[in-house]
Design a protein around this ligand. Structure first.
Ligand code: AMP
Ligand code: MN
Ligand code: MN
Ligand code: MN
Length: 311
């Protein structure tokens, strides 16, 4: 399993007081900082894998998972850069798999997958095909709505990485259709809008299976962002747990005041481990690697059994 790994949760650091070099050694404990959800240019992030690992190190992250949409292409270059630059950062090989459940698009993060595993590669190649055909359908719909060139436009922004709706959003902004990503989603790409294509993704069960098969842990991504009622969210978590899923994200940087505690309670109720991640896509004022990431008392962290093996 290619996970970066700690038996302990705090690292004791010893600081030497520069004014009293001989005697005054003070001890302070530094919490290990985990950010287990992030994106690069391999999907819809704006930083290359190399840029992302440098930013993570600068932000004081100790353990970073790169979890691009339906691809692991960012992992090897990130790992190579960590080694080349000698960064004090451990990388967790991750992926964020798009699934469909009860007509909702649900994202399942895989943490600690073997990114070279043939079963995972085959699975992601299939997701890639699904993404490609969906992207063509989105472009056709936009074309019919007198917005030509969307296919080429999205391809241009994807730069050879996984094509996502974010790339269409950037094209539509360039086209003058809206000024913000949120607006462009609201008017063109959200469910029921001109450029929306109903999802054809794999099932949650299939995502969990391939994550486990390639040595990883399966995590429900951002459970608070699916606009599900409490009843439906509990149904989702029950289904995920019943299918053998391991964990759910409890902490993100942007959450309503009670959301984190509520999610922690669900994690306990459905006996799921708890994860945390920024879902960082690009530098912006309100989302940053590691920002506001901590778990409430009483949940078991997803990293609790990670051992000290080298990634
Ligand atoms: P896709 O996987 O192709 O459906 O694209 C999903 C990605 O689009 C998400 O991971 C987000 O990065 C982005 N996204 C989805 N909805 C919104 C939204 N309302 N505002 C901004 N970005 C969004
Ligand atoms: Mn995204
Ligand atoms: Mn997501
Ligand atoms: Mn994400």
């Amino acid at each position: 399993m290619s996970i970066a790994i700690f038996h302990y949760q705090t690292v004791m650091m010893v600081f030497c007081d520069a004014n009293n070099p001989g005697d005054a050694l003070s001890e302070a404990s530094k919490q290990v900082m985990y950010d287990l959800h992030s994106h690069t240019t391999a999907s819809d992030g704006l930083l290359t894998p190399e840029q992302l690992v440098h930013r993570a190190a600068e932000q004081g992250i100790d353990v970073l998972a790169i979890t691009d949409h339906d691809t692991v292409a960012g992992i090897a270059p990130a790992q190579a850069e960590i080694a080349r630059a000698g960064l004090a950062l451990r990388l967790v090989s991750g992926v964020e798999i798009s699934t469909v459940w009860e007509n909702h698009e649900i994202h399942i993060v895989g943490l600690g997958v073997d990114e070279t595993h043939p079963a995972l590669r085959t699975f992601l190649a299939n997701q890639h095909q699904l993404r490609e055909s969906r992207a063509r359908m989105i472009a056709e719909r936009l074309e019919k709505a007198r917005i030509p060139g969307a296919w080429e436009g999205a391809q241009k922004y994807a730069e050879g990485g996984t094509v996502t709706r974010s790339h269409f959003a950037r094209f539509l902004i360039e086209n003058g259709r809206a000024t913000t990503i949120a607006d462009v989603f609201k008017h063109y790409l959200a469910r029921g809008k001109t450029g929306y294509v109903p999802p054809q993704w794999c099932t949650i069960e299939q995502a969990i299976e391939v994550i486990h098969h390639s040595g990883g842990q399966a995590v429900v991504a951002h459970p608070g962002r699916y606009r599900l009622s409490a009843k439906w969210l509990k149904r989702l978590l029950a289904h995920f747990a019943q299918c053998g899923g391991d964990a759910m994200e409890v902490a993100q940087c942007q959450q309503a005041p009670d959301e984190r505690n509520q999610l922690a309670q669900y994690a306990r109720q459905f006996m799921l481990l708890a994860s945390q991640g920024s879902d960082f896509h690009q530098p912006c004022p309100w989302i940053e690697l590691g920002r506001k990431l901590w778990l409430p008392e009483g949940v078991a962290p997803v990293w609790q059994r990670w051992s000290h093996n080298e990634p």
